[in-house]
Design a binder for this molecule. Sequence first.
Ligand code: ZN
Ligand code: ZN
Length: 133
Amino acid sequence: MQVDGACLCGDVTWEATVDTQLIVVCHCNDCQTVGGSAFQFSARVDRNQFALTNGTLSAYIKTAESGQARAMSFCGRCATMLHTSNTDGTGPLSLRLGGCRQKHALTPQFQIWCQSALPWVQVEAGVSLPQQT
Ligand SMILES: [Zn+2]
Ligand SMILES: [Zn+2]
């Protein structure tokens, strides 16, 4: 599915092709903290299926709870988190969907890091998985 979106201030815009079966809710502590919220809503996207259509991204390197270094890419002006990825240029992007224009058509299919989910959070999703990044 072809989707697009923008950061809060509008400086950064993007487009991507997402697999609607790879929509994930993550309840890990890092996602809760960086998002200032209870969980993160994202899509696993091949790097070559994502492109910025305007602006540039800043990055912060964080060692995730899994021990893996992750590049967290965000708008340097308004701090909207756009995606996270491996730091070595491999693997998919975890594309944050909060700023995606088509987000209402995307339903999470997996929940990860459920052991750190807040007790009052109930997400309608197909499958729950234990630890995974
Ligand atoms: Zn912005
Ligand atoms: Zn997470």
